[in-house]
Design a protein around this ligand. Structure first.
Ligand SMILES: Cc1cc2nc3c(=O)[nH]c(=O)nc-3n(C[C@H](O)[C@H](O)[C@H](O)COP(=O)(O)OP(=O)(O)OC[C@H]3O[C@@H](n4cnc5c(N)ncnc54)[C@H](O)[C@@H]3O)c2cc1C
Length: 359
């Protein structure tokens, strides 16, 4: 158990106010947690599942520096979590953030499915989740042969046949992982070449258990109790082929977990949070990092870099507040362009203490 350095403990009936509240405990959020807590800022990390984010669902990470033999995603996530706790970051798991609102006193109100907390600065790191294909049978067979996580479910397919849909790094790497269990893995891709890294492609092409189904898209999943077949259609010939499979794993892209931020901070057309180079969102005092941010690379190294910069910037912002520089404590745009929400829109908070807590 880490040292709890909270100094803004609420009186009975009051809402807790932290220096920094971090939304999401993937690599970006945990890194931000390490930096903020190590900077002696009271830090709360809120996580809707268990800490670790997407890497906790990744069998082997080979491209994160410092681990020449690779490291299991679960172990890497666990190390990050322990490191954050060691410096005093408080982590609340199974806690989903439902809304974020600026308050008139310059703090932010964060409502979860359990409670409400306050923060003087907020770091958003909610990451992304797997895109659904929407084909018939997908929703029906969730947990009965349809999956988005080979690491979680792969062992169930010992001696069976599965299909992986997608052509990027995740599809190829997770498809390779599935060959440890399954006798055969079809890789269904809508184009005639993969997008995955060359080294991953070379390994996949050399694996006799992998069969590539090019230029094809999934059309229907069929079965009785469990998945029994996947219909795929060739986009060039329109021919439909039925693959006899026991499982279908989708890796066809991602959507950012940012719906709860609608109208609060600026997002791009796809829903990713817009920031400047210093990880500042359109709302002063709110920072964003990792896969949920509008950035060109969705990888752990990027998320970790983002998280550290967001945390340093959040601490500089708090330093400014502590020094009571002109304008500190007011909600204002962080950078050019319209502010999605102004402080006045949030309305007063009855349980809120008089002003931002100072360490
Ligand atoms: C199968 C797979 C394999 C991968 N392999 C690699 C690899 O080998 N190397 C590599 O560098 N990258 C890999 N990646 C990508 C890497 O995992 C991500 O880039 C990285 O996890 C992004 O970190 P993040 O913290 O931004 O987001 P995430 O890891 O997505 O974490 C976000 C966290 O926020 C939580 N959250 C979301 N919404 C809320 C909410 N409203 N309230 C509270 N919590 C919330 C989520 O539950 C999640 O835990 C892989 C990804 C996948 C899917």
């Amino acid at each position: 158990m880490g040292l709890d350095i909270r100094i803004n403990l609420p009186k009975p009936g009051e809402t807790e106010t932290y220096d920094v509240v971090i939304v999401g405990a993937g690599p970006a959020g945990l890194t931000a947690g390490i930096y903020c807590a190590r900077g002696r800022r009271s830090t709360l990390v809120l996580e809707r599942n268990m800490a670790g984010g997407q890497i906790a669902l990744t069998e082997l990470v080979e491209n994160y520096p410092g681990f020449p033999e690779g490291i299991s995603g679960f172990d890497l996530a666990d190390r990050m979590k322990r490191q954050a706790a060691q410096f005093g970051a408080e982590l609340r798991e199974i806690t989903t953030v439902a809304s974020l609102q600026p308050e008139p006193d310059g703090c932010f109100s964060i409502t979860t499915d359990q409670e409400r907390v306050r923060a003087r600065a907020v770091i958003l790191s909610p990451g992304v989740e797997a895109k659904r294909s929407g084909i018939p049978g997908e929703a029906e067979f969730v947990g009965r042969g349809v999956s988005w996580c080979a690491t979680c479910d792969g062992a169930l397919y010992k001696g069976r046949t599965v299909a992986v849909v997608g052509g990027g790094d995740s599809a190829v790497e997770e498809g390779m992982f599935l060959t440890k269990f399954a006798d055969k893995v079809y890789l269904v891709h809508r184009r005639d070449e993969l997008r995955a890294e060359k080294i991953a492609q070379e390994r996949a092409f050399a694996n006799p258990k992998m069969e590539f189904v090019w230029d094809s898209v999934p059309r229907r999943i069929a079965g009785s109790q469990m998945v029994e077949a996947l219909d795929v259609q060739n986009v060039k010939t329109q021919e439909v082929r039925t693959l006899p499979v026991n499982g279908v794993f989708f890796y066809i892209g991602q959507v950012p977990n940012t719906a709860f931020l609608q109208g609060v901070v600026e997002r791009d057309e796809a829903g990713y949070i817009r920031t400047d180079d210093l990880m500042r969102t359109s709302l002063c005092g709110v920072f964003a990092c990792g896969d949920a941010r509008s950035n060109p690379l969705k990888q752990i190294a990027m998320a970790v870099g983002d998280g550290s910069l967001a945390a340093v910037q959040a601490q500089r912002y708090l330093d400014e507040l502590d020094c009571s520089l002109p304008g500190a404590g007011e909600h204002r745009p962080a950078w050019g362009g319209p502010v999605a929400v102004k402080a006045e829109a949030a309305g007063p908070s009855p349980a809120a203490p008089a002003g931002p807590a100072t360490p």
